[in-house]
Ligand binder design. Structure first.
Ligand code: HEM
Length: 167
């Protein structure tokens, strides 16, 4: 099971690196170019291809994310679940905003036509999610995010000290 956990987390991290790197590339390279030459078919094709790549990476992020949830769920406590819930909600917001920035269909075009601020918002949400994920991981390592039973197993048992006994 440990190998599945490792491989899944590895792929989760790689796909997230791809999503955040791709979003940064869109912000710094593609969006300014698209603003200057919005009728250039080559730039448009690059934007489309980058959108498709991000969509593929998002599918991997979501699948590996839920496999992560399945793997950690038996041992984690309510506090961990609460932070995980916030992370999933933010990931959902990030996914929907990415979709709308990549495909600003007519009904929402007014809000998402200006790509640059939305790409900045996406990177900020992404950074917050990475922070929450690190917190989740540390809470399992330190035991604060684990259920009582799992916590007892993961810590060294402490022998109670009887008053008056020799140390
Ligand atoms: C629905 C989508 C997602 C789900 C269900 C999900 C779920 C999880 C879970 C359960 C973990 C294990 C945490 C632990 O070790 O206790 C994890 C790790 C991680 N996730 Fe996600 N995740 C999702 C999307 C994302 C997104 C969008 C990002 C970044 C923008 C992200 C970044 C990370 C990182 C960096 C870790 C590794 C934390 C570490 O080991 O230090 N995840 N994810």
């Amino acid at each position: 099971m440990l190998i599945i956990e490792l491989l899944n987390k590895w792929i989760h991290l790689l796909s997230i690196a791809g999503v955040l790197g791709g979003t940064l590339f869109s912000l710094l390279v593609l969006a300014p170019q698209l603003k200057n030459e919005d009728d250039n078919p080559q730039i448009k094709a690059m934007w489309r291809r980058s959108g498709l790549t991000l969509a593929g990476l998002w599918i991997v992020v979501i699948i590996t994310g839920f496999v992560n949830v399945y793997l950690v769920s038996p041992t984690v406590n309510g506090n961990y679940q609460m932070w995980l819930g916030m992370k999933i909600a933010l990931a959902l917001v990030m996914f929907v905003v990415t979709l709308f920035v990549a495909h600003p269909f007519p009904a929402i075009q007014k809000f998402f036509k200006e790509r640059t601020p939305w790409l900045v918002v996406l990177l900020i949400i992404g950074a917050i999610i990475v922070g929450i994920s690190a917190k989740l991981n540390i809470s399992r390592v330190t035991g604060t995010g684990l259920k009582e039973a799992a916590n007892a197993q993961s810590t060294v048992p402490v022998t109670p000290v009887v008053p008056g006994s020799a140390p």
